[in-house]
Design a protein around this ligand. Sequence first.
Ligand code: PBG
Length: 326
Amino acid sequence: MTFPGARPRRLRRTPALRRLVADVRVSPADLVLPVFVKEGLAEPAPIGSMPGVVQHTRDSLKKAVHEAAAAGVGGVVLFGIPAVKDGRGSGADDPSGIVQLALRDLVAEVGDALVVMSDLCLDEYTDHGHCGLLTATGEVDNDSTLERYASIALAQARAGSQVIAPSGMMDGQVAAIRAALDSQGFSELPILSYSTKYASAFYGPFRDAAECAPQFGDRSAYQQDGARSADEGVREALLDIAEGADAVMVKPALAYLDVLRAVAQAVDVPVAAYQVSGEYAMVEAAAAQGWIDRERIIAEQLVAIRRAGASMILTYWATEAAGWLD
Ligand code: PBG
C-alpha cells in the first residue's frame, strides 16, 4: 500500500538534500572565543574543570588568538586575572594591568583579522570576588560600581579594545560606560552588553578559570533569577539598548533558549549567546567517559543556539568548531 499524503521525509534522504534545505547554519565568523590571560604566569596553566582550556601567558595568548583568526573565528573576548587583588579591583583599570597589556598585544598582532573584545567586570580583580564595590554591610553597591566600570571602560578603550562587553549586571552600567566613552573621544566604540545574564551554577568552572569565586554569598542579588518569566530577560535587553548597547547577550545558552528566542524576536540589534563554562565542562566530562559523541553534541548545541536566534555564539570550542563548520 502507498501512503498518499505529504512526505516530509523526502527532503531528508541524503546528506546533499539535507544540506540544501538547511535553514540554520553556524559559520566560523559567528563564533567568539573567550580567552583568559593571567599576570605573572611563566607557562600556560591548565584549568582542571575545563579540560583543553588554559590560563594564558601573554605569549601563549597571542598564539591562541592567531590560531582562532586563522580558523576564521569572528572574535575573541578577553578576561584578565591580575597577580594581586584588592577591594576595589584596582588592576582592572590600571593602564599597565594585564588586560590592557594583552589588549595592546592582540590588537597589534591580529586586530584586523578578528574582533578583539574585552569583558568588563570587577570580579576577577576584587579580593572578595564580587562584581562590584561593597557597602559597609557587604552588599554590592550599584552606583559606586558604575564609576569603576566607567573608568575600566576607558582603560580598555585606550588599550585598543574593539568592543566593550560589560558583564557585571549593575543597573545603568551601559549608560555609565557609554557616557564615559563618548566624553573621551570613543563614541565609535561599540558596547556588547551582557544584558540578560542569569545567576547560574553553569558558571562554576569559570570561577576556577578566572579565580573569581565570591568569597561570601553569591551573585543572586544582581544576576537574574531563572524562575522569572522570559519577559524579564527581554526587559533587561530593551533597557540596555535604550542606554546605548549596540548588541545584547543571553547567558547561559542551552538552559535559556526560550529567553534567547524571546530576546531575538523583541530586539533589532545583534544578539549574542554565551555557551558557558559549565556547558563546556559537562560535554567534555561525558565525552571523556566515551558516553557521548563529542563533536556531534557540540555541533548540535551550536545549531540549537543559532536556531533559537543568536547571531553570534561565545564558545570555548570556537577555534576547534570553526575547523569543521563551513
Ligand atoms: C563575570 C563573568 C562570569 C562569566 C563571564 N563573565 C562569571 C560570573 O558571572 O560569575 C562566566 C562565563 C562562563 O561560565 O563561561 N565577570
